[in-house]
Design a protein around this ligand. Structure first.
Ligand code: AMP
Ligand code: MG
Length: 561
């Protein structure tokens, strides 16, 4: 007879039992149960009306091999780390077989692309396998990207290349570890089949290795799912989809009877989107294609395509060559574009609400929340205890903290300054009393040296202005009265040292294309602890090397993936 104590231990242990195979997981496919299916079962291109999805199986691939897997995502799903060794794991996650409980489908949605209504788009190469109910009773959807043609593939092949799949796998997981809301990735599989792509639309298509990522999120519903139904005047299905989304993902909205349910839903999506954007701005992430079909209704970063990370700080930078001229989706535009996208969502929900005024006020709130979020975020990056929004006695003077921040952003852009390294360096500033106006600028600036791409070529007027800013900053910190040590720890907790710089991802891609995932594995391992200095891994924090300045994949990316 076991003692009481060992009984408890056994119980706890049992709670943590992890499954060895995908087959043992519990599936509950609520999306396809609650919403109407496309009655057509052939896999031909078509406009799908009156339905939210089409049932479609992944197309088999010749020689699937596992390149990488995320043990953290496996654990969330209730899978043991060994599960990825099961031969069935790679079979299922390459789309070569499904297990009992899965019910694959491609979702039907539309979207605004680069500001224009594009009509029906849909999952052209993504196929959801099913929704897993985890041991913690959470719901996570498994979706293969690159799994073959669907009724929504339009003129494309339904496949994905290795380079874009490595990037999606890596960044999904890195963003999670950075604390940015994101979809996750369970696995990366090479298919053994080649995919032909014209990487820069230059008329020179070439074969590339194909791959499939298994993405994981509570849901992949996008703004575009709602927009398409509204554009087609299908108010009944629009209501059904919205009710489903609320019941499944925002159930607490039903408990509150203050105001219109759908307005509160919009408000919630606005709040989450604002938070996501603030986090992107904090870490220097540029999504690159913020079309409304790439905006998650859960406020998650979704659809990693030609995204990039700021090396040198430049609000006008976009990694996406397709957007090089307009720069619609450049770093500095992201908050504004998210607002524009939310406006499209509000328009789509309008038939359910019936009046524009309450939605307009929700959108105004988005602007306010975003501004506040950005201010707090910048205060934390600078190690200020809080952002002081006070605007002088008459209320129309700019807040000194706002001026301090804006002046810094201008300085960061004036000479090539690595954004990531700058904030880490700034945390090392000694806020003793010795930064007097008449003291030498040299020691003050020395702390920032590693952040500059050309530290020996800083113009004298730049040096003078930066030193003057640093003195104002030190004075501001002294008003807070926090010690160097505490301030540094606080700053280092929000300013990452390691981010998936474009060139680092490219190095991992070069190797993965040869079937070797070890570099990707090492990089992801560093990115698991992006805020901690890791001895021996300094190279991963280095500035972008010169060779990477203009290399495709390191500074320029296209939508061709
Ligand atoms: P994206 O720009 O990747 O968000 O894709 C926009 C639309 O094009 C979505 O409907 C995708 O599913 C579809 N799409 C992108 N690449 C492919 C592809 N290789 N095959 C089929 N559809 C694709
Ligand atoms: Mg997309």
């Amino acid at each position: 007879m076991p003692s009481r104590e060992s009984c408890t231990l056994t119980d706890e242990k049992q709670e943590k039992v992890l499954h060895e195979t995908l087959e043992q997981l519990r599936y509950d496919n609520s999306f396809i149960r609650a919403l109407p299916a496309d009655p057509e079962s052939r896999n031909n291109l078509r406009q799908v009306h009156g339905a939210c999805f089409s049932r479609i199986a992944p197309s088999p691939v010749p020689d699937p091999r596992l390149i990488a897997a995320s043990p953290e995502v496996a654990e969330i799903l209730g899978l043991s780390p060994e599960a990825s060794r099961d031969p069935a794991f790679v079979e299922v996650l390459s789309g070569n077989r499904t297990v009992q409980g899965m019910a694959p489908f491609a979702a039907c949605y539309g979207g605004h692309q680069f500001g224009n209504w594009a009509g029906q788009l849909g999952d052209g190469r993504a196929i959801t396998l099913g929704e897993v109910i985890t041991p913690n009773d959470e719901r996570w959807e498994l979706q293969l990207k690159g799994a073959g043609r669907t009724p929504y593939s339009r003129s494309a092949d339904g496949r994905a290349v290795m380079r874009s799949s490595v990037r999606e796998f890596l960044c999904s997981e890195a963003m999670h570890h950075l604390g940015v809301p994101t979809t996750r990735a369970l696995s990366l599989v090479s298919t053994g089949a080649e995919v032909v792509r014209d990487m820069f639309y230059s008329g020179r298509p070439a074969p590339e290795p194909g791959a499939i990522v298994c993405r994981v999120a509570p849901s992949f519903i996008r703004f575009g799912n709602f927009e398409l139904l509204a554009a087609r005047g299908d108010a009944e299905l629009l209501r059904k989809l919205t009710d489903y989304t609320i019941d499944r993902h925002y159930p607490w909205l039903r408990e509150d009877d203050q105001g219109d349910l759908y307005v509160r839903f919009l408000d919630e999506v606005c709040q989450r989107t604002a938070r996501m954007i603030v986090e992107w701005m904090r870490v220097g992430f540029v999504h690159g294609v913020m079309n409304t079909d790439n905006m998650s209704i859960l406020g998650l970063t979704i659809d990693y395509g030609p995204y990039g990370w700021l090396d040198d700080f430049d609000p006008g930078w976009t990694p996406n060559t397709t957007d090089a001229e307009m720069r619609r989706y450049c770093y500095g535009n992201q908050p504004r574009i998210a607002h524009w996208n939310l406006l499209q969502l509000a328009n789509a929900l309008h038939p359910l609400v019936g009046s524009a005024a309450p939605m307009e006020s929700v959108l105004l709130n988005y602007g306010r929340r975003l501004a506040q979020g950005q201010q707090q975020m910048m205060a934390s990056k600078l190690g200020l205890r809080s952002f002081r929004p006070d605007s002088g006695e008459d209320g129309n003077q700019a807040s000194p903290d706002l001026t301090l921040v804006n002046d810094l952003l201008q300085l960061l852009h004036r000479v090539e300054t690595d954004m990531t390294l700058f904030y880490r360096a700034l945390a090392n500033l000694d806020v003793g009393g010795h930064h007097r106006v008449d003291s030498d600028d040299g020691p003050l600036l020395a702390v920032l040296r590693q952040a500059y791409y050309s530290p020996d070529a800083l113009a004298p007027d730049y040096q003078r202005d930066m030193a003057a800013w640093l003195r104002r900053y030190v004075q501001r910190l002294q008003e807070d009265g926090e010690g160097n040590h505490e301030r540094r720890a606080g700053m280092n907790a929000v300013n990452p040292l390691y981010v998936p710089r474009n060139y680092l991802a490219q190095l991992a891609i070069d190797q993965a294309e040869q079937g070797d995932g070890s570099r990707l594995h090492d990089l992801l391992d560093v990115l698991r602890h992006p805020y901690e200095e890791q001895a021996g891994r300094e190279a991963y924090a280095a500035r972008r090397p010169d060779w990477a300045r203009d290399r495709p994949g390191c500074s320029m990316l296209s939508c061709s993936s």
